[in-house]
Design a protein around this ligand. Structure first.
Ligand code: SAH
Ligand code: SF4
Length: 359
């Protein structure tokens, strides 16, 4: 990076900020003044950071910036619980962030990439392809954006789920730097048990996560319990077949002594029969696993539909007979395109329709 490009302060972990400032001759105390200003006070500009020495403020003003995300479009679900935001990045890309307020507990679902390279057939983000990785500051910026909204109404954020656009383990370094910022005890101080990272099953990333002991709960998207059925929905299954994936999951559970959540999007007639549930039950039986079943949120680019409630219950019963617990995840905010990547594609379709067709 050329030295005259201002550094986005939200890209830095606290140690990295410390290195920058110590290189300029400042003691760790000054790092913590800046840090608490950014994350405790949630200052929007350097001028608002309390206790910042004027010489440090002008140095920071010269070499750094505070990269805020700009709201581009937003929708609210009819029940008012779900607030979906399309946020614009500096280069004009847009990403989705979803705030869910439920019984006084707020959860935010954030993106780790603009688009996604993994191409899952039913996923609106997969249908777009990958534009680029997000920087740590763009990942953290989504949380800060909703924190400010929550503060206005006196609420606080409890859960962060990395389940928006993109594959977090395909953007490992930036995602983990962002997680370090989110859990930093002098900053946002989110609880490690309340951050969930969902992956399509990037095997090297799962093994690395097991070795590095990152403060996240792991969720693995399966959707198929044989290689052929899985690869038809999740092309990444061809690169990381189920035996390799399940070995990596067992390695993670053994090493971290932590359970894994497995996600299963239920698609009527495709992966929701009792037979599918039997195969999944045999695959996960005996593991410290919990399955989240999510009836499909239909997307424009895929012809499948969601499973009927009776099939969902039958699916869960079969899993239980294998000793595998499961929970149905609600498709909250379905009336506002709240599935991954759906708001962005809906807004783009509307924009295309409203563009003048002749000069
Ligand atoms: N890339 C990661 C995280 C983002 S997707 C992953 O795939 O796990 C988060 C979850 O939403 C995944 O389980 C994904 O399969 C699921 N999902 C994506 N599109 C969906 C849709 N249209 N309906 C239901 N679930 C969907
Ligand atoms: Fe990417 Fe996850 Fe969507 Fe698959 S489901 S295309 S991995 S965002």
């Amino acid at each position: 990076m050329p030295s005259d490009t201002p550094i986005n302060l939200y890209d830095l972990t606290r140690p990295a900020l410390g290195e920058l400032l110590s290189g300029w001759g400042y003691r760790p105390h000054h790092r913590d003044v800046v840090w608490t200003g950014l994350y405790r006070q949630q200052a929007r500009a350097l001028d608002e950071v309390e206790g910042l020495r004027p010489d440090l403020r002008s140095r920071l003003g010269e070499h750094t910036r505070l990269g805020h995300l700009t709201p581009h479009h937003e929708t609210f679900s009819s029940d008012g619980h779900t607030h979906k935001l399309l946020l614009r990045l500096d280069d004009g890309q847009t990403i989705e962030t979803v705030l869910m307020r439920f019984k006084g507990r707020a959860t935010v679902c954030i993106s780790t990439q603009a688009g996604c390279a993994m191409g899952c057939v039913f996923c609106a983000t997969g249908q777009m392809g990958l534009s680029r990785h997000l920087s740590p500051g763009e990942i953290v910026g989504q949380v800060l954006h909703v924190q400010r909204l929550l503060r206005e109404s006196g609420e606080s954020l409890r859960n962060v789920v990395l389940m928006g656009m993109g594959e977090p383990l395909h953007n490992y370094e930036h995602t983990m730097a962002a997680v370090d910022v989110l859990v930093d005890p002098l900053g946002l101080a989110l609880g490690p048990r309340f951050i969930t990272l969902s992956t399509v099953g990037v095997v090297p990333g799962i093994r690395r996560l097991a070795d590095e002991d990152r403060p996240v709960q792991l969720a693995v998207s399966l959707h198929g319990a044989t290689d052929a059925e899985r690869a038809a929905l999740v092309p990444a299954g061809r690169r990381w077949p189920l035996d390799e994936l399940m070995d990596a999951c067992r390695y993670y559970i053994d090493k971290r002594k932590r359970r894994i959540f497995f996600e299963w999007t239920l698609i009527a007639g495709r992966n929701d029969t009792a037979e599918h549930a039997q195969t999944l039950g045999r695959l996960l039986g005996g593991m410290d696993a919990h399955v989240n079943v999510i009836p499909l949120n239909p997307t424009v680019g895929y012809d499948g539909g969601p499973s009927q409630p009776a099939s969902v219950r039958a699916f869960q019963d079969v899993l239980m007979s294998h000793g595998v617990p499961s929970t149905v995840r609600q498709r909250r905010g379905i009336d506002i395109d709240a599935g991954c990547g759906q708001l962005k594609s809906a807004v783009e379709r509307r924009t295309r329709r409203s563009l003048p067709t002749s000069p």
